[in-house]
Write a protein that binds this ligand. Structure first.
Ligand code: DHB
Ligand code: FE
Length: 290
């Protein structure tokens, strides 16, 4: 192990860790003073965090309240499709599939069928042949496989790593996901209730895109008309990620997709930031160059 690796903690250098953690402590101490926290309140906060950990909700709690801000800072100045949060329900190692493909599903997968298709290009407009779209989503009742649906019941349900074709085009056949609420019964839900906030997220599809020439992109797509677009509990909606669904009812298309009847279609053309360009952009941004 090299000296620089040895001095890393969870992949973060000790210098950076000290810089940020000391400020975290100073900021938190200042908050305690400003609000004149009582010892009872301090204990309540500690008990709350213990309960969050016991319910396995640490990742959920932090992602709900803080990940959108990390995303905003981390993606600033990056060209291409807008990013959004990963959230707590990503699972590595989903099945590899070549486009066109149907996501892994149950025999009686509920909900309306959805055709998700489009292209992947870089920020100069060049097609990204073989780009990978690591897709995951909740089912029509808002349940995520490996979390709400046990992995043994339906492994990688509605999850796959899809390889785009040589023109960077992809076609993924799946099912609509529903507006969805984060768990209401655990401590995170109790905190939201106490704050007078609802626990809902608009329906969404998650995608992580990657290609060797480009920076990876984690994002989500949302649907026009969803009642929770303006009040996502996670605050992860960005206008360019809200898409219009098209209802398709042409018999030949219905037959081609193997659907029982009309289905929804969603086209999205993704743009990934080229590695070299965006490093130069970031360097310019840091140096204050327009
Ligand atoms: C969060 C993100 C999601 O995509 C989701 O389905 C639930 C929660 C989150 O960021 O907390
Ligand atoms: Fe989600």
């Amino acid at each position: 192990m090299g000296a620089s690796e040895a001095s890393k903690v969870y992949g973060v250098s000790q210098g950076r860790l000290s810089e940020v953690f000391e400020d975290f402590l100073a900021t938190t101490k200042e908050l305690i003073r400003r609000h004149r926290l009582t010892h009872r309140e301090y204990r309540a906060a500690v008990d709350f965090l213990c309960a969050v950990a016991e319910h396995g909700e640490l990742k959920l709690l932090l992602d709900v309240f803080l990940e959108a801000t990390v995303d905003a800072v981390d993606s600033q100045g990056r060209p291409g499709t807008a990013s959004s949060v990963e959230g707590p329900y990503y699972v590595e190692g989903a099945p590899l599939m070549r486009s066109p493909c149907t996501l892994p599903h149950r025999a009686d997968e509920p909900g309306a069928r959805l055709l998700f298709y489009g292209t992947v290009r870089d920020s100069r407009g060049e097609a990204l042949a073989g780009a990978m779209l690591d897709v995951w989503q909740a089912d029509a009742s808002g349940a995520y496989s490996h979390f709400d649906i046990p992995a043994e019941v339906a492994p990688y349900n509605l999850r796959a790593r899809v390889i785009a074709d040589e023109r960077g085009a992809f076609e993924i056949r799946t099912w609509m996901s529903a507006p969805y609420h984060i768990p209401k019964d655990g401590p995170t839900g109790a905190l939201l209730t106490a704050l007078g906030r609802h626990p809902y997220r608009p329906a969404h599809l998650h995608v992580k895109l990657s290609h060797e020439r480009c920076l990876p992109l984690t994002t989500q797509l949302f649907f026009e008309g969803d009642p929770y677009l303006d009040s996502d509990v996670v605050g992860a909606v960005k206008a360019p990620l809200v898409v219009r669904l098209e209802r398709r009812d042409a018999p030949d298309e219905i037959a081609r997709l193997g659907c029982d009847g009309p289905f929804y279609a969603l086209r999205y053309d993704f743009v990934l930031a080229r590695r070299a360009e965006s490093q130069a952009d970031t360097a310019c941004a840091k140096a204050g160059v327009a």
